[in-house]
Design a protein around this ligand. Structure first.
Ligand SMILES: NC(=O)c1ccc[n+]([C@@H]2O[C@H](COP(=O)([O-])OP(=O)(O)OC[C@H]3O[C@@H](n4cnc5c(N)ncnc54)[C@H](OP(=O)(O)O)[C@@H]3O)[C@@H](O)[C@H]2O)c1
Length: 333
């Protein structure tokens, strides 16, 4: 590959406030030579995740991203050369390649993926989004038929799948999303029973009207004010699956936490548990079998938002944080 150009997007500065295009720069680098144990990858699809922004704040379940390095990010990529016995050219893998055309990555940090069509499903329903929805809802939320399940960021990649799985399990499902169009889409296309537009104000009142029997399971993707609105509506012994806190990622987080913690948790005997999808990877075969059967039966609709061009990656992440996406957003490199 020597002589080829490797386009790379650097994070040139960590944002103090809101993320903007000025925090990134596109450069032409060299295609790296894989070292022993590494594979050289050609990146096909880059996953855009709210977490990309959270990594800029500091170490989380992974180390922080630093200024003047290639922006970190997960992708689906093809092996073009390998100095590891575990991978061969033509293999399709998932891993953190960063935002670039080519990356040399240790094989032990890569997951070999099946060659399915379309490949994009390996980032959406059969990737982190689908598995996060599946395990976060079923293992932590433990919804039972007839219960009321509420999910925030409901039109996003995880939320749209959570709501549909909860419907498959026979629950009354309410999505919280920004804007009338997204709310309409949740009820008319994805089969949610109701949707609350949090940008319309008065989330608590709208939720109380949509959930007259209270909330049994809240799948929390956003934290902040929406978590605060859900807490008083939780039923005794309700479960809150803490998946993420997107309302706190971009810009300066609000100085206030959700009120009612821990008082409401004690009085209502709530279970509130965070999780990272990697915790469940040993059980992924079971989840993938269920997800595949629901997709095949037409019970689970897959929504993807694919944008072409590596150069558009920063804009696409900024737009995702502002709520531009429906379902799983990714870049076709
Ligand atoms: N625990 C894990 O292992 C794990 C794995 C994957 C993802 N996550 C987390 O899961 C959450 C959802 O991720 P995702 O990939 O589904 O998201 P996504 O597809 O990237 O969509 C994010 C959506 O969040 C909404 N949003 C943005 N700012 C918001 C705010 N201040 N308040 C309420 N909603 C806001 C926007 O939609 P609106 O138009 O509705 O505002 C946006 O489209 C994130 O917090 C992410 O970090 C966790």
């Amino acid at each position: 590959m020597s002589g080829s150009i490797n386009r790379q997007i650097l994070l040139v500065e960590k944002p103090g406030g809101k993320l903007g295009p000025e925090h990134f720069k596109l450069i032409n680098g060299a295609v790296p030579e894989p070292k022993d144990g590494e594979a050289l990858l050609h990146v096909h699809y880059i996953s855009l995740d709210a977490a990309n922004r959270a990594w800029m704040h500091g170490a989380t379940y992974r180390s922080a991203v630093e200024a003047n390095t290639v922006m970190a990010g997960a992708a689906i990529a093809e092996v073009v050369a390998s100095k590891s016995p575990e991978l061969k050219p033509g293999d399709i893998v998932f891993g953190d390649t960063g935002w670039q055309d080519y990356a040399a990555v240790p094989a032990k940090h890569l997951t070999r993926m099946p060659k399915i069509e379309p490949l994009t499903h390996l980032l959406s329903v059969y990737g982190v989004a689908g598995l996060t929805a599946y395990f976060g809802l079923l293992e932590i939320g433990k919804p039972k038929g007839g219960e009321t399940v509420v999910v925030s960021a409901a039109a996003g990649s995880v939320g749209s799948i959570v709501g549909q799985i909860a419907k498959i399990k026979g629950c009354h499902v309410i999505g919280i999303a920004g804007g009338k169009d997204k709310c309409q889409w949740l009820t008319s296309e994805l089969g949610f029973d109701a949707a609350v537009d949090y940008k319309d104000g008065a989330v608590f009142k709208a939720l109380r009207a949509a959930a007259p029997k209270g909330i049994d399971v809240y799948f929390d993707n956003v934290g902040g004010d929406i978590l605060e609105a859900c807490l008083p509506l939780m039923n005794n012994y309700g479960r809150i699956s803490c998946c993420g806190a997107i309302s706190q990622y971009d810009g300066t987080p609000s100085a206030h936490g959700p009120r009612g913690v821990p008082g409401l948790i004690v009085v209502k005997r709530l279970l509130m548990q965070g999780f990272i999808v990697m915790d469940f990877m040993k059980e992924s075969d079971r989840a993938l079998a269920d997800l595949q059967s629901w997709v095949a039966a037409g019970k689970l609709k897959v929504q993807e938002d694919v944008i072409s061009g590596l150069e558009n990656t920063p804009k696409a992440l900024i737009g995702l944080l502002a709520g531009e996406n429906r379902g799983k957003r990714m870049i076709k490199v």
